[in-house]
Structure formats: C-alpha cells, structure tokens
Design a protein around this ligand. Structure first.
Ligand code: BEZ
Length: 393
C-alpha cells in the first residue's frame, strides 16, 4: 500500500520518501506470499464497487510490466447453504452481483464436481463462478511498483528503517527512526499493516485491530492436467474445524507442479506483531491437509512449502478496513493518512490512489465513508480476541 501510494504521489508530481522497516519485497509482514485472490463478488455493494474502481488502476500498472499481475481464471465460491453465515456470504454476493449486473453462473455441487477437480461435496452444496476473478501475482505487483518508483527522481526509498516516532504540527510531520534519523515532510501516509496500531498508540489513537497469523501451503499435483480456478469453500463450522478454505490455480512463479490451498481462518490471533509464532499453527495445516484429502483427489494431501503471513483485521468485523485521516483528537491529525487492516491486496492500486488523494489534495472522489477510524470501531473495544473464523471477510 505504501509503494502504491508513493507511485501515485510521484505521478501527481510531488516528492515522496518511503520508509520501510524490512525489505521492500518482504516475507515478514502482510505482503508475504506469492498469491492473493481477486474477486468482484462481495455481500456489500460498496466493496464490489471498490473492486470495480480498482480495475482501471490495475490495468494502468499492468501497462508497465510483461508479467501478468492479475489472472482471470475465474473465482469459484461454494459451500453449505444451510449454514447461516455461508448463505449470507454466497447469497449476499449473488444479490450484489445481480444489482450491479456483474455476470456469474450458479452451480450445484454436482456441476462443481463435473467441471472442477473437487470431489465428495455434499449434494446440497451450492455456489457460483464469477469469470473475471482470479489470482494476483504478489511479487510482480511489488516489483513493478518498485521499478516505476525508481524511475522518478522525486522518490526516495529507504528500506530497513523502522519508524519509532511520529509528530504532526502546523508545519507538517516529522518522523524519527530506529537508527536515529529524523525526516520532515508536509504529510504522512501510514500503511504499516500489523504495525499500525502500535505506531498510532503514542498519538493517543486506539486502532481496534487484531492480527491473524495466516498459514499457507502447497500440494503436489498427482496428474499434470489437474488445475483449478481461484476458489473459496464455506463449510459449516465443526468443533475441531472452522471449515473455511481457499485456493488458486497452479502458478508458474511459485512452486510449479503444486497448487496452493490455505485455511481462511487462524488459530493464532493476537494484538502485537511481536507475538507472531516462529511457525504456522500446526492445526491450521493439519485441517487443510484433511480438507485436501477429502475434496481434492488430484493432489497429494501432504502440505509442502508451509509458510505464514500476518493479516491485520479490524476487530469489528463489519468494518472491512481503515482508510481515513488520523482522528480529530490527534493534533494536526489531518496531516496523517492511515490505511490499515482488511483483506485488501485486491485494492492495492486503488488504496494508493486514495491515500495520495487524501495526502496531496485533502479529499478523494472515491467513497471511503465505510472505512472511517472513528467511534464505531472504538466502541467495540471489548470484543474478545478469540475468533478464528470469520464468515464476513
Ligand atoms: C478474499 O477474497 O478477500 C480472501 C480470500 C481468501 C482469504 C482471505 C480473504
């Protein structure tokens, strides 16, 4: 999000310094991993409109690289319509697609098994395929933004420098870093993912987020012809299994010959990024192996290339992400723009544009009213950190 913002700032002719605590192509924060899902369907119309608005910006970025940033293998959603949450997701998305005239195809469990290499789906499962969805090439997206930024003289990229202090005054913003450097500028855009709440706390801002350590793994294909669209399965929660899994097509840039399948839940949920475990939670991997064994006979159900990344999510799960100025309680808070939280990689170029709009022009034409940092989020501060499954994502 920081690179996307800096890119848009440069396009508007302003100067920008990008300060990153790790490496720009990093595995230790929320842009880890090789793939993310791109989907148009949402149970909220404003989210589907955001994805639609992101497409021209993805296309612009695509113009700068030969690597395909966003495959369109289709996005398949299916699940148990008798689970109220699944039904809410699948039927809610169908309603929104219908309202916005986004084409999709309804599928029964039998049709899903006939068309795709899933097996053992209970007969009453239902779903749909939305043909424009697919898979985002994460490293290529980061790389093209970095390469573009390096062509602008007014951009300075500073990796391996952690920001330790933020101040805002009538004259602009100042930051201090762990190495003792200080930098001043007119505006600050904070896109620190799982570190955002920690960085805002000294300004008196409580950003109500929790951090999920999301596991990921790959499974070897047993036959060369086995492949999938990008997909998400919503099953009923069982005592030992949250029942939400997702996966991708085989991609040439990450573990060829295997297919990525991951749990869309986390057993390890915490508040501070330092609480990250050295390895993914073994239960998350074991449940995923069991799901693959039960439903994906074209894959060897032994998890390979196991990894994890941190996902920061607003604690109030009706709040999809935070994208706003720092609250009014922060002195000169309108010098600080904050993006944090949410399943948002599909919005990267758009969030970059919006953050640049807010920083450079003080407003944006895009509807960000649903992402305010404000009382709605703060009021939920008592919500316990215990959920490992969320149907509204
Ligand atoms: C998403 O489409 O937003 C998503 C897919 C899989 C896991 C988490 C989020």
């Amino acid at each position: 999000m920081g690179l996307a913002t800096a890119y848009q700032v440069c396009k508007d002719g302003a100067r920008v310094l990008v300060v990153e605590r790790g490496a720009f192509m990093h595995e230790d924060s929320s842009s880890g991993g090789a793939t993310r899902q791109f989907r148009l369907q949402y149970a909220e119309e404003y989210m589907a409109r955001m994805v639609q608005a992101s497409i021209p910006l993805w296309n612009e970025l695509q113009g700068h690289t030969d690597k395909l940033l966003r495959s369109q293998v289709g996005s398949l959603w299916f699940g148990d319509p008798e689970t109220s949450g699944s039904e809410g997701q699948i039927n809610g998305a169908i309603e929104v697609m219908t309202a916005l005239k986004i084409p999709f195809e309804r599928l029964t469990a039998g049709q899903i098994e006939e068309r795709f290499a899933f097996r053992g789906l209970p007969e009453h499962y239902r779903g749909f395929l939305q043909a424009d969805g697919g898979t985002i090439h994460v490293p290529a997206t980061l790389r093209v933004m970095l390469a573009e930024l390096r062509t602008y003289k007014q951009a300075t990229l500073l990796p391996s420098e952690a920001v330790t202090e933020i101040r805002s005054s009538a004259g602009g913003v100042t930051i201090a870093t762990a190495s003792g450097a200080r930098f001043s500028g007119g505006k600050l855009v904070l896109t620190a993912g799982p570190y955002a709440a920690r960085m805002l706390a000294p300004l008196g801002v409580t950003l109500e987020m929790e951090i999920w350590q999301m596991a990921s793994c790959y499974f070897s294909k047993l036959r060369p012809d086995v492949d999938y669209p990008s997909w998400f399965a919503f099953e009923a929660e069982r005592a030992d299994d949250p029942g939400l899994y997702y996966g991708f097509e085989e991609v040439g840039w990450s573990n060829p010959g295997t297919i990525r399948v991951a749990p869309a839940f986390a057993n390890h949920i915490f508040s501070d990024p330092d609480e990250r475990a050295p390895r993914p939670d073994p239960r998350d991997i074991a449940y995923t192996e069991r799901w693959v064994a039960a439903h994906m006979p074209g894959l060897d159900p032994r998890a390979l290339s196991v990894s994890s990344c941190l996902a920061a999510l607003p604690r109030d799960d009706s709040h999809k992400m935070f994208l706003d100025f720092a609250p009014g309680s922060v002195p000169h808070g309108d010098n600080i723009v904050v993006f944090a939280g949410g399943w948002a990689f599909k919005f990267v170029p758009l969030v970059g544009r919006i953050c640049a709009d807010l920083a450079l022009h003080g407003r944006t034409a895009y509807d960000i009213s649903h992402f305010a940092i404000g009382p709605a989020a703060a009021a939920k501060s008592g919500v316990p950190i215990s959920r490992r499954r969320r149907l509204v994502f």
